[in-house]
Design a protein around this ligand. Structure first.
Ligand SMILES: [Zn+2]
Length: 456
C-alpha cells in the first residue's frame, strides 16, 4: 500500500439542537434541548444553519424507498430506527485472570481468517443501507443523523460514509478523506438515547424540529501523512534492527488519550529510559510512530514497503498466491513490538504463530512474573501496526494487555477517550517491562527466529 493521500479537516462550528414549538393558548412556547452529537470525520459543511422538521427514513425493504421520492430535499434525515440500548452488565475494564492467561499460554496458533465476506443477511442490510444513502444523495437531503452504537454517555464517531454496494471490496472503496473528494453528504452521530427519543416522538406523530450547523474547513495543500522515526544506534550489530512503535493518530470526538496516545507515550518512554541509562545496545533500537493507522495501518505499511519489503496481492485475491518483494534491510531486521489496545498493563506477548520465539520471550519476561507480565502465547492478534511487519514474514508482535475502557468495550473512537481514562501505574509497568524486553532483544547473541513463511 502506498502512502496515504488524504485531506485533513478542522471543525469551525458545530451544533445540533431540538427546537420544539408548542402552542399554549395564544402563546408560542419554545422548548430547546441541546443534543450530544459530533459530525463524522471528513463530513462536509451544511450550507449554514439547517432548520426544519426531521424526516425518519423508515424503510425495511428497498421497495419502501419509493415513498420518500421528492420528500428529502433540504431535509434533516434520520437514517435508522431507534437503537436498542441494553444495560451494561459487564464492567468495561477487565484485568485478565490467571485462568485467562493460562488459556492464552496454552493456545494454538490462530488460523488465518478467511477472506472477508458478508453473510446473506448482512449483505441484505448493506444493500438496503447503500440504497438509502443513494436516495438521500440523489434527492439532495441537507444532513443525515445516525445513532451512536455505544451508549450511556459514550458517543462513537468515526468516518463519514461514502456509499458503496456490498460487493465492492473495502480496499477498492474511495473513502471520505480521499483527495479526489468523493461525494459525501453532511453527517453527524447523535447520542443513542437522544436519537431514540426523537424517533419515539416521530412515531407518535409529534413533529420534531431540529437545528443543525456543521462548518468545516478542508486542507488539501499537503495530502501526505508523516511517520516519526528515531533510533539509538547499535554497536557491533548495528545493521540489525529491533523496532518498537505505536500509532500516532486518533479520532476526533475525544483526544485519543487511550487510542493511541498512551501507546505512543509508552514507546517514547521506553526509548527515553534506554537513552537515559546511557545504554549501548548491540543492535540498533528504532522507534516508529505511525500515522494513518486508523485509515488502515497506512503509515506502518508505507514504512515497511519502503525499507523492508512488500506483499503484492494476486488478482484472484487468494492469500496463498501473493508475491513478495524484499529490500536489502529485510534480512537484517530482528523484531518489531507494537503498543496498542489501550492503557492496560502488559501481561505478556502474542507470538503471532512464531513458536520459535517462545523460549526467547519466556526468558526475557521471567523477571516480571511477580508483575503478572510473563504470559507468552503463540496466538495472534490483529488490526494494528505489527501486522504490517507480520504480513511479509517479519517477527512483528503485540503485547498482551489488560483491557481497560480503552479496548473494544468503550472508549476508543468516542467522546470519552480522554486523559481521565489513562492509568498511570499501568503505563509505568508497561514501559518498564517493554524497556527490558527490547533491550534484551537488542543484546542477545542470536537474531530472533522467524516463523515459516511461504516464500522465504
Ligand atoms: Zn482506533
Amino acid at each position: 500500500m502506498g502512502p496515504c493521500q488524504r485531506a485533513s479537516r478542522s471543525l469551525g462550528t458545530f451544533w445540533l439542537r431540538l427546537v420544539a414549538r408548542r402552542f399554549h393558548g395564544q402563546h408560542a412556547l419554545s422548548r430547546l434541548s441541546p443534543l450530544i452529537a459530533y459530525p463524522k470525520a471528513w463530513s462536509p459543511s451544511t450550507n449554514g444553519t439547517i432548520r426544519g422538521e426531521v424526516v425518519f427514513l423508515d424503510v425495511k425493504t428497498t421497495a419502501d424507498l419509493d415513498s420518500y421520492k421528492d420528500k428529502l430535499k433540504g431535509k434533516i434525515v434520520l437514517f435508522s430506527p431507534a437503537r436498542n440500548v441494553d444495560p451494561l452488565f459487564d464492567p468495561p475494564a477487565h484485568r485478565q485472570t490467571d485462568e485467562e492467561l493460562l488459556g492464552l499460554a496454552n493456545a494454538e496458533p490462530s488460523a488465518d481468517p478467511p477472506p472477508f465476506q458478508f453473510t446473506a443477511e448482512q449483505g441484505a442490510v448493506e444493500e438496503l443501507n447503500y440504497r438509502k444513502w443513494q436516495l438521500i444523495q440523489s434527492e439532495g437531503a441537507a444532513v443525515v443523523l445516525q445513532p451512536s452504537f455505544r451508549d450511556a454517555g459514550t458517543v462513537y464517531v468515526t468516518s463519514s460514509t461514502v456509499p458503496y454496494p456490498p460487493d465492492v471490496p473495502f480496499e477498492k472503496r474511495v473513502q471520505a478523506w480521499d483527495i479526489s473528494k468523493p461525494v459525501v453528504i453532511p453527517q453527524a452521530i447523535v447520542a443513542a438515547e437522544q436519537y431514540d427519543r426523537i424517533i419515539r416522538l416521530v412515531a407518535r406523530g409529534i413533529p420534531v424540529r431540529l437545528e443543525v450547523n456543521i462548518s468545516v474547513r478542508f486542507y488539501d495543500d499537503d495530502p501526505m501523512s508523516y511517520n516519526v522515526i528515531a533510533e539509538i544506534p547499535g554497536t557491533d550489530l548495528k545493521d540489525e534492527v529491533v523496532m518498537l512503535g505505536a500509532s500516532l493518530d486518533s479520532w476526533h470526538a475525544g483526544t485519543g488519550a487511550t487510542d493511541n496516545a498512551v501507546g505512543a507515550a509508552t514507546a517514547l518512554e521506553v526509548t527515553r529510559i534506554l537513552q537515559s541509562l546511557g545504554s549501548k545496545p548491540r543492535r540498533t533500537i528504532r522507534i516508529g510512530l505511525w500515522s494513518a493507522e486508523e485509515q488502515g495501518t497506512r503509515g506502518s505499511h508505507a514504512y515497511v514497503a519502503t525499507h523492508l519489503g512488500r506483499r503484492i496481492d494476486p488478482p484472484d485475491g487468494q492469500p496463498g498466491h501473493a508475491r513478495f518483494e524484499f529490500k536489502p534491510e529485510y534480512e537484517k531486521f530482528n523484531a518489531y513490538l507494537n503498543f496498542d489496545y489501550g492503557t492496560g498493563r502488559i501481561r505478556g506477548v502474542f507470538l503471532q504463530g512464531n513458536e520459535a520465539a517462545r523460549p526467547v520471550f519466556r526468558d526475557l519476561l521471567e523477571p516480571f512474573k511477580d508483575l503478572g507480565a510473563s504470559t507468552v502465547s503463540v496466538a495472534g492478534i490483529g488490526a494494528t501496526d505489527h501486522m504490517s511487519f507480520d504480513e511479509i514474514g517479519l517477527p512483528g508482535f503485540q503485547w498482551i494487555r489488560d483491557y481497560m475502557e480503552g479496548n473494544n468495550t468503550r472508549a476508543p473512537h468516542t467522546n470519552i477517550d480522554t486523559f481521565d481514562h489513562v492509568l498511570e501505574n499501568d503505563l509505568k509497568q508497561s514501559a518498564a517491562v517493554a524497556a527490558f524486553v527490547i533491550y534484551g532483544l537488542a543484546m542477545r547473541g542470536e537474531k530472533l527466529h522467524r516463523k515459516a513463511f511461504p516464500s522465504h
